[in-house]
Structure formats: structure tokens, C-alpha cells
Design a protein around this ligand. Structure first.
Ligand code: ATP
Length: 231
């Protein structure tokens, strides 16, 4: 049986979460107090309903306590987000994920017992800043303890070497997850175009090419060291 989720607050963030979950086959209840937002999503999810999420009776009338996880994605009205989130905790929903726009909001959510907090504004800001500062290196996913998954351009010195020769794990403590490789393909019109494909799981004898994009997992400091040593 697929998971059942609720998403409260259908701004761009909540809308995209609800649609992605539904696309992947989950049963999604989408909630917003604005009828237009509900109309916009109703054909994409199992159930969409207009209600004020600060009203616990309205929430329980929709059996929200039955869901496996809820994402509270209300944006500007932090008081409403806080109250709706507190209701979710009171209803003992297994996973409560809430949105925080800044450090203060994150701190308050932690104090009321929320353990999963998303900050889309901060994540996007960080990605943009990183792209500006370090164009050869883009963070995909932050993990605890300074680990992250990144995409980076192939450093010059490792071009035409095999993974065995480079010794990513032994010398740098890094794991190569996969490679995004550029291929020349012929269009139906006969023209050539460039397309990127993932090569699957890399092998010890995989040879790195100049235009490869490497998807790697490791500590930030080790990724930086690897890039610097091989420029
Ligand atoms: P995003 O950054 O995700 O685009 P936004 O900036 O549009 O969001 P808001 O409009 O503040 O953020 O909030 C997102 C949604 O939350 C809105 O569609 C709004 O109607 C809804 N919302 C706000 N308060 C409540 C509430 N009490 N109950 C239900 N929905 C609410």
C-alpha cells in the first residue's frame, strides 16, 4: 500500500511537494484555505480541500490524523504555520515536517518538538551563492556531519584516468556515485546534438572524460581538497 501524505499550504513550495508525491504514486491530501489553490491542484492529487489549518476541528473532520506524514508549507503567516504544526503534533502524526523561513522560526519549531524542518529560501540561497563562488562545484544534497552530495566538473588532472588509478576512496575519502556524460546524438533531421546521460554505476576501470560531470559523496573539506589538488 502506498503512503498517505498531507500537504498544508499550497504556495509554490507546497504545490510542488504535493504534485511530486502524487506523481510518485502516493495518496495526497492537499489543503489550503484559498479555494483557488485547491481548484488548481484538485486534478493532480487524491483529495484537495479548502480549510483553515489553524482550526483543529476542520482538520480532524478530514481524518488528517490517518496520514503517515504531513508537510506544513505555509509561507508568510508564521503564526498559522506554528498553530497548524502544533495541531499535527497533538494529533500524534508519525512524521511532521514544517517549513521555516529563517533561523528564529527554525528555533521556535524545534522548541515545540519538530525534528524535520525545511528551509527552501535558505537552501536556494545557499545553492545560488555556491554557484557564484564555486562554479565548478554544486551541492545537490546536504547531509549531517558535514557530508554532502555534489556535482562537479572533472578536474583537469584526472582526465583519461580510471577510477582505480585515481583512488578516490583511498586518497580522498570520496565516493563517486555516478557520472553525467555528454554524448553526441543524431536528431531525426540529421543534425547532431549533445545530450547528457547518466552512465549508471561506475566501475574501477571506468575512464573519466574531460566533459564528465561527477556526482560525488563525501565531506565538504575532502571534496574541496580533491578539486584543488587536481586543477
Ligand atoms: P511559496 O514561497 O511556497 O510560494 P508563498 O510565499 O506563496 O509560498 P504563502 O502564500 O504565505 O506563501 O503560503 C502558502 C500557502 O499557504 C498559501 O496558498 C496560503 O493560502 C496558505 N495558507 C496560509 N495560511 C493558511 C491556513 N491557516 N490554512 C491553510 N492554508 C493557509
Amino acid at each position: 500500500m502506498s503512503d498517505k501524505f498531507a500537504v498544508i499550504g499550497l504556495g509554490r513550495f507546497g504545490m510542488s511537494i504535493a504534485k511530486t508525491l502524487a506523481d510518485r504514486g502516493s495518496e495526497v491530501i492537499a489543503i489550503d484555505q484559498n479555494m483557488e489553490k485547491v481548484e488548481e491542484i484538485k486534478d493532480d492529487v487524491a483529495y484537495a480541500v479548502a480549510l483553515d489549518a489553524t482550526d483543529i476541528k476542520a482538520l480532524t473532520a478530514q481524518d488528517i490524523q490517518e496520514v503517515d506524514a504531513v508537510v506544513v508549507a505555509i509561507g508568510e503567516d508564521f503564526e498559522a504555520l506554528l498553530l497548524a504544526t502544533a495541531h499535527m503534533l497533538d494529533l500524534k502524526i508519525k512524521r511532521v515536517i514544517a517549513r521555516a523561513a529563517n533561523v528564529q522560526q527554525r528555533m521556535i519549531l524545534e522548541k515545540i518538538g519538530v525534528t524535520e524542518i525545511l528551509s527552501p529560501e535558505e537552501s536556494v540561497g545557499k545553492t545560488v551563492a555556491e554557484t557564484l563562488l564555486e562554479p565548478s562545484f554544486r551541492s545537490y544534497f546536504d547531509l549531517p556531519d558535514d557530508y554532502e552530495i555534489v556535482e562537479l566538473k572533472t578536474p583537469r588532472r584526472i582526465v583519461n584516468q580510471t577510477l582505480r588509478d585515481i583512488g578516490l576512496r583511498e586518497s580522498y575519502d570520496l565516493n563517486l556515485i555516478t557520472i553525467k556524460r555528454t554524448f553526441k546524438e543524431q536528431k531525426q533531421s540529421g543534425d547532431e546534438e549533445q545530450a547528457q546521460h547518466v552512465i549508471g554505476v561506475p566501475r574501477p576501470d571506468t575512464v573519466i572524460q574531460e566533459t564528465d560531470m561527477l556526482i560525488m559523496m563525501g565531506k565538504t573539506q575532502d571534496i574541496k581538497k580533491f578539486v584543488e589538488c587536481n586543477q
